[in-house]
Design a protein around this ligand. Structure first.
Ligand code: HEM
Length: 223
């Protein structure tokens, strides 16, 4: 995809991460989740690693909520750390934080977010875009799959995907997109945000690959 340098931020983010999105969606790990073939420990490993990301991202967004780049997309009802902690306690048990390990990619992700928090807070917007629009979009498809295929003692836990009812979810998506549309970003800043979103997709891809190895998830057709 050729970058169109004059296009608005939202359009560039979408167009210039499209191929990376397709790869992430088709990764062995996410593919297994989509086919309801992921075992509960592997799913908990995913949630635990994502929790580490949100646990750093959300306080950082809060700290920088006053900045013109962050303020338009500052929507605390999107926050996922607490929902993930709930699902992990339900699906793994109360000691999930100590018992489930972080993959190197998640640690690198956390490190990157800490760097941005200190030195380049405007770029946190790119991570909010990748995570929250992803959760509001594809996440809603995953919710049904997880609800039907992953239980502990007969109980499913899908707080991660729960932003309220369909209308509330749609309104939050619209609010995030409306925010993106008014973020003040010149061409240089837009380049930096697109490049940061691509970096985020790359770290996700690495995380999915590491989780596939750690949890012995094999491509479909090899079982
Ligand atoms: C598990 C497989 C996944 C499925 C089935 C899926 C599906 C979708 C769908 C249907 C959309 C809406 C597309 C549209 O409105 O045109 C979407 C958007 C999005 N997804 Fe995913 N997704 C998946 C994984 C991911 C992952 C792993 C990430 C992030 C690392 C992600 C990030 C996004 C983002 C940022 C958007 C918004 C794109 C935009 O409109 O700008 N998705 N996804």
């Amino acid at each position: 995809m050729e970058p169109c340098l004059n296009a608005p931020l939202a359009e560039r983010l979408k167009n210039e991460t499209r191929a990376l999105h397709t790869s992430a969606e088709r990764s062995v790990f996410m593919g297994a989740l989509l086919r309801a073939r992921l075992e509960r420990p592997a799913y908990c490993a995913l949630l635990r690693n994502l929790h580490a990301v949100y646990a750093v991202l959300e306080p950082a967004l809060e700290r920088h909520a006053h900045r013109p780049t962050i303020a338009p997309i500052y929507l605390p009802s999107l926050w996922r750390a607490r929902a993930l902690a709930h699902d992990l306690a339900a699906l793994h048990g109360e000691h999930w934080a100590n018992e489930l390990v972080l993959q190197p990619a998640a640690m690198a992700y956390v490190e990157r977010l800490r760097e941005l928090d200190v030195a380049k807070p405007d770029l946190l917007l790119a991570h909010a875009y990748v995570r929250y629009l992803g959760d509001l979009s594809g996440g809603q498809m995953l919710s049904d799959i997880v609800e039907k295929s992953l239980y502990r003692d007969g109980v499913a836990a899908v707080a991660f995907y729960d932003f309220g009812n369909a209308l509330a979810t749609k309104e939050l998506t619209q609010a995030f997109r409306a925010g993106l549309a008014v973020v003040p970003a010149d061409a240089r800043q837009t380049d930096a945000l697109v490049s940061e979103a691509r970096l985020s997709f790359g770290l996700h891809q690495r995380l999915f690959d590491e989780l596939a190895v750690a949890c012995a998830v094999v491509p479909s057709g090899e079982v």
